[in-house]
Design a protein around this ligand. Structure first.
Ligand SMILES: CC(C)(COP(=O)(O)OP(=O)(O)OC[C@H]1O[C@@H](n2cnc3c(N)ncnc32)[C@H](O)[C@@H]1OP(=O)(O)O)[C@@H](O)C(=O)NCCC(=O)NCCS
Length: 222
C-alpha cells in the first residue's frame, strides 16, 4: 500500500523501521487488495455506497451515537464534510477512518478508526461502531486487533487508548479481550440522554501488545 507519505517522517506517522512494506495482492479483487484483514473482518477505505448506510444506521441512532462520542448529536446531511460516516479527508494524518466489512461475505459491518493521532507522543484513540445487525457476532474483538496492528506496526504508535461508558459491557469486554488495561474511571464524565454517566479509560502500550502477540495471523493487505 502506498501511504503517500515519506518513510521515516515521524510527523507523517510513518515509522523509520517498518510500516506497510511490500504489501502484496494475493488475488485480483481490488477490494481485497486494499483491505487490512483480520480473521473475520476487513478494514478498508470508505466508499461512497457505504455513506448512506452508515449514516442512517449509526448517526441516525441518536442514543447509540450519544453513547459513543463526546460530541453532542446534531442533525447532519449524509456525506457532508462534518459527517463522521462520510468520506474521510485522505490528507488528514491525525486520523485513520475505515469501513469494516465481513471478509467472507463482503457485508458492510460498520466503521472504526484511530483518532487524535499524536505524532510527538505517538498515541491515539481507538473508536468503533458496528451496525446494529453486526453487533454481538464476535466482530468487535477482531476489529480492535486489526486496528492495533495498524496503529502499532503501520503508524508506529506507542500507546492506543479506548474510552467507553462504564455500562458498555460489550466494549469493555472487547477492550479487555484485546489486552487493554483499565486505567481509570472518570466519574460522571459523559452527559448522555439526560443524565451523567461514568466513563472508563483503557490503554495498551506497544511493548505490551508485542509481548502478548495479539496480532491476527492473517493481518495483511493481501
Ligand atoms: C461495542 C462493540 C464494538 C462490540 O463489538 P461486538 O462485535 O458487538 O462484540 P462481540 O460480539 O465481539 O463481543 C465482545 C464481548 O462482549 C460481550 N458482549 C457482547 N454484547 C454484549 C452485551 N450486549 N452485553 C454484555 N456483553 C456483551 C461478548 O460476550 C464478548 O465477551 P467475551 O469476549 O467475554 O466473550 C459493538 O457492539 C458496537 O459497535 N456497539 C455499538 C457502538 C458502541 O458502543 N461503540 C463503542 C463506543 S466507545
Amino acid at each position: 500500500m502506498d501511504t503517500g507519505a515519506a518513510r521515516g517522517d515521524p510527523a507523517a506517522g510513518v515509522p523509520a523501521d517498518g510500516g506497510l512494506i511490500g504489501c502484496r495482492a494475493a488475488g485480483t479483487d481490488d477490494r481485497k487488495r486494499r483491505m487490512l484483514r483480520g480473521d473475520k473482518v476487513g478494514l478498508r477505505a470508505r466508499e461512497a455506497a457505504d455513506v448512506p448506510v452508515l449514516h442512517d444506521e449509526l448517526h441516525g441512532d441518536v442514543l447509540t451515537y450519544a453513547r459513543g462520542t463526546s460530541r453532542a448529536w446534531t442533525p447532519m446531511t449524509a456525506g457532508s464534510a462534518a459527517d463522521p460516516c462520510g468520506l474521510a479527508p485522505e490528507d488528514d494524518l491525525s486520523r485513520a477512518r475505515f469501513s469494516v466489512v465481513d471478509v467472507r461475505s463482503g457485508e458492510l459491518l460498520g466503521q472504526c478508526g484511530l483518532f487524535g493521532i499524536d505524532p510527538l507522543s505517538r498515541n491515539a484513540e481507538l473508536g468503533i461502531s458496528l451496525r446494529p445487525g453486526a453487533r454481538g457476532r464476535g466482530f468487535g474483538a477482531d476489529v480492535v486487533a486489526v486496528l492495533c496492528w495498524y496503529g502499532f506496526d503501520v503508524r508506529g504508535l506507542h500507546r492506543i487508548e479506548i474510552e467507553t461508558l462504564a455500562d458498555n459491557a460489550a466494549m469493555r469486554a472487547t477492550a479487555r479481550a484485546a489486552g487493554f488495561t483499565e486505567e481509570g474511571l472518570r466519574r460522571q464524565a459523559a452527559w448522555v440522554d439526560g443524565t451523567f454517566l461514568d466513563a472508563v479509560r483503557y490503554g495498551l502500550l506497544a511493548p505490551e501488545w508485542r509481548a502478548s502477540r495479539p496480532r491476527p495471523s492473517t493481518a495483511t493487505t493481501a
